[in-house]
Write a new protein. Structure first.
Length: 406
């Protein structure tokens, strides 16, 4: 067999150029460290406090299956067809009624149904943020929000926080010096810290936003998971914030994340802009899922009550064991609800460096470092308490203690 001489190779092949590079924003923003940690710790023998997943054994499989069966039997031609971008009227009407009953007067037309609340956040970044715009976030902040705003080309600045959330004086100074376009918050059972902003602080933020012309994005995926204490009002319901607050919510934590159902409630301008962006992204959220969820709303409150009871016990189990599990001098939050608590270890502990040792001890957590927009506190970590039983939580904390003292 005779080799083909190089001179016989077509010039177009010899001189082929590499493909164009990825967009700068895609090169600049990395993947989720939490997802990477979950991939490493997926072994069943690892007690995993790293995830942000609802407990799968608590999914109402029969109730949800009944809702899907009823929709497919009664209106299959509608359930399997394209739908409107804004969302199915039945789901929007039922959701508007729930929000109104909880103190936020809402019409169905105020709402846009999204494919998970993460999509709502992405749509808002598309609709509101120009490259170079300044976005203010909590410190620490929900990790995926940092990714979304980074991909939008925003200049993301952290606002110093205390035990009650964003510090009002620090916020006012950043508004004065940086002229931000929006402030992103998870004020109720925050991810990652679990803290909740009290009503007085929320009212102060609403007044500040009105005075300075600032959008507030109020993300509330955990608000229905309250185990004790009294609910605080949504910022969107407070004087001064009505025309400048976009409220995001999700059915993932109270119904099932696999349905990928979220929503946003917004003034007309940003809501219409998000609808246009959604048309370009996916046309609409799956019709069948929306109609099944609309039917399931009739029994959702009963299901959520059962979930709250179980999660509350699991939170208490983790709080009861932390003093023995963490080194002397550690401090941690005591969340009134949600899925997470936040701990800070004394110096010189570095939770990123210690994670491998923890996994070797068959337990996992999320280091705090990725949740910071700037100047991370490497002694912090996030623990999720909802996916293990109290007995498993006790065993996991024993393993964590062994890893931290090894």
């Amino acid at each position: 067999m005779t080799a083909t001489p190089a001179s016989a190779t077509p010039a177009s092949v010899r001189a082929s150029a590499p493909p164009p590079p990825l967009a700068a924003r895609a090169r600049a923003v990395g993947g989720s460290p939490v997802r990477e940690i979950l991939a490493v710790t997926a072994r069943p023998e690892v007690i995993n406090f790293a995830g942000g997943l609802p407990a799968p054994e608590l999914f109402d499989r029969e109730g949800i299956a009944d809702a899907f069966r009823a929709v497919l039997e009664e209106t299959p031609e509608r359930a399997l067809q394209y739908s409107t971008t804004e969302g199915e009227p039945a789901l929007r009407a039922g959701l508007a009624a729930r929000l109104s009953a909880r103190g936020l007067p809402t019409d169905a037309d105020d709402l846009l149904i999204t494919t998970g609340s993460q999509q709502a956040l992405s749509l808002l970044a598309t609709a509101l943020v120009e490259p170079g715009d300044t976005v203010l976030v909590e410190s620490p902040c929900y990790l995926a929000a940092l990714q979304v705003f980074g991909l939008a080309g925003a200049r993301v600045l952290p606002v110093p926080c205390d035990a009650d959330g964003v510090d009002p004086a620090a916020l006012a100074e950043l508004i004065r010096t940086e002229r931000p376009k929006l402030l992103y918050l998870v004020p109720t059972f925050q991810n990652p810290t679990g803290r909740t902003m009290p009503a007085a602080r929320r009212a102060d933020l609403a007044e500040t936003a009105a005075r300075h012309g600032l959008w507030i994005v109020e993300d509330d995926p955990y608000g229905e998971l309250r185990y004790d204490g009294e609910p605080a009002p949504w910022i969107a319901s407070l004087p001064g914030a009505e025309d400048r607050t976009i409220l995001l919510g999700s059915f993932s934590k109270v119904m099932a994340p696999g349905l990928r159902l979220g929503w946003l409630r917004a003034p007309g301008g940003p809501r219409r802009a998000c609808a246009v962006a959604k048309q370009a992204a996916d046309l609409h959220t799956p019709t069948l899922n929306q109609l099944a969820a609309a039917r399931y709303l009739d029994v959702l409150d009963g299901h959520v009550a059962k979930v709250r009871a179980v999660y509350g016990e699991r939170r208490d189990a983790m709080l009861a064991g932390l003093a023995d599990a963490l080194p002397a001098g550690s401090v941690w939050t005591r969340p009134e609800g949600g899925m997470f608590l936040w701990a800070r270890l004394p110096e010189p502990y570095d939770t990123t460096a210690l994670l491998r040792r923890a996994v070797d001890h068959l337990v996992a957590y999320v280091p705090g470092e990725p949740f910071y927009a700037a100047d991370p506190d490497r002694s912090t970590l996030r623990l999720c308490f909802v996916t293990q039983t109290p007995e498993e939580i006790g065993e996991g904390l024993d393993r964590l203690a062994g890893a931290l003292t090894a």
